[in-house]
Design a protein around this ligand. Structure first.
Ligand SMILES: CC(C)(COP(=O)(O)OP(=O)(O)OC[C@H]1O[C@@H](n2cnc3c(N)ncnc32)[C@H](O)[C@@H]1OP(=O)(O)O)[C@@H](O)C(=O)NCCC(=O)NCCS
Length: 219
C-alpha cells in the first residue's frame, strides 16, 4: 500500500502543481488473496484553459510581504533570471519609482504582481515606461493571470496619456500585447529581439533607453 500512496502523491505534484490545474484522484482497491492489492486510480482535471477569476487592484503596503513571495516564487525556476526581481520591486517602491504596481488577487491571496516604472530615452522623449517585473505564482501560471495584469497595466498607462512602454522578455509572450522589437530603441547589453516596445502615440522615439537605477538592485 505504501508504494501506491507515494506514487499517487507524486502524480498530484507533477500534474497539479506544475500545471496549476485542479486534480483529483479516485482510488479503488481490489483484494487479491490475503496479501496483495491492486489499486486502480483515475485522475480528473479541470480545463487547463479556464481563466482564473481574479481581481486586479493597486498594491497597498499590506501586500508587500505577499508580493515579495509571489515574485520570488515566480522566478525561482524561470529561465533568464538573476533572481533579483523581488529586490528590484522593493527598490523601485523605496525610490518612489513605482508608477504602477498592480496585484492580482484570487480567493483573498495575492497570486500575481506587475511593476511599471519610468524610463528615459536619449532623444529626450518623455512619458515612456518600462514594464516589469511581472510575476504569477507557479501554481497559478497559464490561467490568464499574467495576461490580465498585462492588459490592465497597458490600459492604465494609455489612460494616463503615456507615450509608450518597453520591456525585456520573450517575444512569443509579449507579442500578443502589441510589443515588438524596435530597431530605433536600444537597451545596451540586451539582444534586440528581447527588448520590445509598444507606442501609444504616433511619434516614434529613437535612442538608447535607460531604466531607473533600482533595476540594478541586488539585495
Ligand atoms: C510570464 C508570466 C507572468 C505569464 O503569466 P501567466 O499567468 O502564466 O500567463 P497567461 O496564463 O496569461 O498566458 C499563458 C501563455 O503565455 C505563455 N507563456 C508564459 N510564459 C512564457 C514565456 N516565458 N515565454 C513564452 N510564452 C510564455 C504560455 O505558453 C501560454 O501560452 P498560450 O496562451 O498560447 O497557451 C508567468 O508565467 C510568470 O510569472 N513567469 C515567471 C516569471 C517571468 O518569467 N516573468 C516575466 C519576465 S519579467
Amino acid at each position: 500500500m505504501a508504494w501506491a500512496v507515494e506514487a499517487m502523491s507524486t502524480f498530484v505534484d507533477s500534474e497539479g502543481h506544475e500545471s496549476g490545474l485542479d486534480c483529483g484522484i479516485n482510488l479503488q482497491a481490489a483484494q487479491i488473496g490475503s496479501r496483495f492489492s491492486i489499486y486502480y486510480f483515475s485522475v480528473h482535471k479541470s480545463e487547463k484553459s479556464v481563466p482564473l477569476k481574479i481581481s486586479i487592484r493597486p498594491e497597498t503596503a499590506a501586500d508587500i510581504a505577499a508580493i515579495e513571495k509571489v515574485t520570488t516564487s515566480a522566478f525561482l525556476n524561470a529561465p533568464h533570471t538573476s533572481h533579483t526581481e523581488q529586490f528590484i520591486v522593493n527598490a523601485l517602491r523605496k525610490a518612489g519609482k513605482l508608477t504602477l504596481a498592480l496585484v492580482a488577487e484570487f480567493e483573498g491571496a495575492v497570486v500575481g504582481h506587475v511593476a511599471v516604472s519610468p524610463v528615459s530615452i536619449s532623444d529626450g522623449t518623455t512619458g515612456w515606461f518600462g514594464l516589469g517585473p511581472i510575476s504569477v505564482t507557479p501554481e497559478h501560471q497559464g490561467r490568464g493571470v499574467g495576461s490580465q495584469l498585462m492588459r490592465e497595466a497597458l490600459r492604465i498607462l494609455r489612460e494616463r496619456g503615456a507615450g509608450g512602454c518597453v520591456l525585456v522578455g520573450e517575444p512569443a509572450y509579449y507579442g500578443r500585447f502589441g510589443f515588438r522589437a524596435d530597431p530605433n530603441l536600444v537597451l545596451p547589453g540586451v539582444p534586440p529581439e528581447y527588448f520590445q516596445a509598444v507606442s501609444f502615440k504616433s511619434s516614434q522615439p529613437r535612442g538608447v533607453v535607460s531604466y531607473d537605477a533600482a533595476l540594478d538592485a541586488r539585495d
